[in-house]
Design a protein around this ligand. Sequence first.
Ligand code: SF4
Length: 457
Amino acid sequence: MSETSETFIEKSTLKANDLEHRRKINYNIGKYNAVVPVGKQQFNNVGLARERAKNLKWKAIETLDEHLQEFEAAFTKRGGKVIWAEDAKQALDEILAICKEKNCKTIVKSKSMVTEEIKLNDFLEENNIESVETDLGEYIQQLDNEPPYHIVTPAMHKSKEDVAKLFHEKLNTDINLTPEELTLVAREKLRQKYTEAEIGITGANFIIADTGAIAVTENEGNARLSCAFPKTHIAITGIEKVIPSLSDLSLFWPLLATYGTGQQLTVYNTIVAGPKQPGEVDGPEEMYVILLDNGRTNILANEKLRESLYCIRCGACLNACPVYKNIGGHSYEATYSGPIGAVITPQLKNLGEWKHLSYASSLCGNCTEVCAVKINLHELLLENRHDAVKEGDASWGEKIAWKVWKQSSLSRMLMNRGNKRIKNWLVNKVFKGWTAHRGDLDFSSRTFNELWKEKRK
Ligand code: SF4
């Protein structure tokens, strides 16, 4: 068992027994579940909308190289600079080089999972550059020295009382502040940072190939300020975020909003097509887009798993997952948690070390059911398991047990042999790993044959 797998089991066991944690998550996901069906009403045919979105992402990913080059040509024409980064180190080195050139001391940063993936804040701190999270949820997490808990709602596991206590401890505010008052405190602190920062860093929800622009979606306006206030804007994004055309946003924006938060449209949707142009009054003087691979081309090379690159990070599969709701986002110890995280993390990082995430699923298929772009998530989890077994990542005991099970299942005579007690003993003892975190299996006292015959009488 890998070290990451042991930590995962330890952390998830603790969280699964933490009833207060479960209460907070159920409360927050309950609010989400109440509004998403309302948001879906904006679509005449939501199934068709998802199907169309999936087809568009299929088109974008199948010709990813062409679309990225199309983006680069159009973006650079307007004075933007594109940096191709093969891995996290290259991306970080490039960002540091820009920071040094601009003599940068302070960065304002909007919410971006890719910057979490490359551990940007830690890196900047090591290099004596202050990086301030400007999304309220991320700001809370940064104050608490914790990574985001959820890809859309970073502080989902915290109640308003938890946040008031945190602000009291870290910012010396009154412990009884209301959510509105807490927001005002954060806003006041952040406004000053926007004016000080030399560089603003954002992610990108979409890379628009035909226009050579990026699209950023948010509810607070902080990403827009992070792009526009500082003299330099760096956007860092995974290469899979590409969509073929600007007109595709008319489908992706409502889908992302509804599946992410139940809104018809997110409050701020900004399209940034390069630095400030002659005659324009707003915007940065320089703009860079860093296109990050960091393992994505490994997924692209895998015909079956390629589909996971269609993800628009709406977070719906996390909210629907019974495992996520019990063990929470931090137990995964990965940037991307929940079903999509369990699919892509072993591929982005290392299958041998991270395959356990693909086994942490009941395969109920709820994730596939709710996915905004209809990714067959539960089948991809099986694909990872299949790859792990092919790579020899299964113990001798497990291999023998499955062989015996297969032979028995293929023989009606063997299946009918043995009474309930023997079967219970055999399975619950042989599959010790199975029963460590689940109740014992309890076989029927009658065979399948007997039950079947009785049913057909
Ligand atoms: S896999 Fe689907 S449901 Fe999950 S975050 Fe991505 S788009 Fe949303």
